[in-house]
Design a protein around this ligand. Sequence first.
Ligand code: ADE
Length: 232
Amino acid sequence: MKNIGIIGAMEEEIVALKGKMKITEEKNMVGLTFYVGTYAGKNLVLVKSGIGKVNAAICAQALIDRFDVEKIIMVGVAGSLSAELRVGDIILSEDAVEHDMDTSPLGDPIGTIPRMEESYFKADQELLRLALESAKEVAKDYRVLTGRVASGDQFICTEDAKAKIRETVGGMCAEMEGAAVAHTCYLNNTPFLIIRAISDGAGEDAGLSFEEFCVMAAQRGSVLVENLIGKL
Ligand code: ADE
């Protein structure tokens, strides 16, 4: 049985699953600790990537090269870009884009990676379908929607920054790693899904909201991912 890679950027995003999985080995490389073990009868490699796109891409590539994962699920928190979403709601990625990729002075649309065929990386349809089934089972008093995840090396905390992302690349939520994992998975032909629970509205009070709701949102994402692993 092949491994399933699970990435969270921060400790809060992996702590619940780390506590529940049976860890058989810890491996250290590229500055990261990979927890190898099982959960719900599946072989998992769980890892905290660290924050930002470079950390996330390196982490995903290590999972693929060194742990032979057959799919990658990224789980964590995000800021909402949509008036439809409340703190605690969850977004499942339809696709992911790097909102801070900008060669517009050369004539490219913001978000487009020059000289690459793809810039909007599509999540695996089967993982998405199964995660929606999980949502029906676990999401009793909050909503789980599908949509675009916009990633960049910025904590979004102004209405202007939110509007710019919405107007340029679109997206339901903003975070700092998903599209880098998606990009890495695209280049390696590895299926992926991003699961993001809303910790803040990405507006002026995002910092305070993040501090208050990060742990709750991260736990919500974890509950969904745990159920999803059971279905894989
Ligand atoms: N992760 C959680 N909230 C975020 C925000 N507002 N911007 C970027 N990443 C986030």
